[in-house]
Write a protein that binds this ligand. Structure first.
Ligand code: ADP
Length: 241
């Protein structure tokens, strides 16, 4: 890969479901260590984008370039091997396993197994999330907010190079929003490159400096959050007027 290649980019990305153009001509670039919000009204194509960028959905067209290599036609497990990890909006935990076991299950991919089964890494992740006192509790006994943290922890097991967070604030008790936001800020300070998808614009703004806005499958704005959220086209997309 060329030295000047961006850390990560999507170029002309598209996904069509029959006649539905869920994502169309989407391009953006991420620098290493950046934290960016991917926002937009319901149905604008955010989830489809995350699914493509993590290898779960094959694009209809376009490139997904990770450190100079186009991954768009690669098998899903190769994304994990490249260090792309995600969380799900609704935590995908093993409810009858303990918190520690949830981190150690090599569920992400076979390539992940070596790291994911490491108890030392699991203990490190639990300490970071301040869940260490719950290590031996069953996942099902955790509060909603703690389950979101554990979901984040599972993605962190691999020390991902790119971390995609799908609605980390959704369904979280307002009292815990600050705590989740602070964990995300702290990961970014530690050097993680993060893309955050969420409806909660206030929470997103408390964490990111830059936002990419989608509407009807396309990118309609990209820049500093404070400027972009005042952009009349963005306001229109959100209010539907
Ligand atoms: P968002 O995450 O921003 O709410 P989505 O990516 O879920 O948006 O959806 C974008 C558009 O694509 C919507 O119109 C949605 O109905 C459509 N869509 C998403 N997934 C599928 C699918 N598997 N089959 C058909 N249409 C889909």
């Amino acid at each position: 890969p060329a030295d000047n290649a961006p850390f990560f980019s999507v170029e002309g990305l598209a996904k069509h479901f029959g006649g539905i153009r869920a994502v169309e001509e989407l391009s953006f670039t991420l620098s290493r260590g950046e934290i960016v919000g991917l926002i937009g009204p319901n149905g604008s194509g955010k989830t489809t984008t995350i699914n493509m960028v993590t290898g779960a959905l094959k694009p209809t067209a376009g490139a997904i370039v990770v450190e100079g290599t186009d991954m768009a036609r690669s098998a899903a497990h190769l994304y994990a091997r490249r260090g792309v990890a995600r969380t799900f909006q609704v935590p995908r935990l093993f409810r009858r396993m303990t918190v520690l076991e949830n981190l150690m299950v090599p569920a992400l991919s076979e390539a992940a197994a070596r790291h994911a089964t490491s108890e030392a890494r699991a203990r490190e992740v639990l300490a970071f999330l301040r869940l260490d006192h719950l290590a031996d509790d069953y996942a099902r006994s955790l509060s909603g907010g703690q389950q979101k943290l554990l979901e984040l922890g599972r993605a962190l097991m691999l020390k991902p190079r790119l971390l995609l967070l799908d609605e980390p604030f959704a369904g979280v008790h307002p009292r815990l929003l600050d705590q989740i936001a602070e964990h995300i800020r702290s990961l970014n300070r530690d050097g993680y490159t993060i893309v955050l998808v969420d409806h909660n614009l206030e929470a997103v703004q408390s964490v990111v400096t830059r936002v990419v806005v989608m509407a009807r499958g396309r990118k309609i704005a990209d820049g500093p959050a404070a400027d972009v959220l005042r952009d009349p086209e963005v306001v229109r997309a959100y209010t539907g007027t």
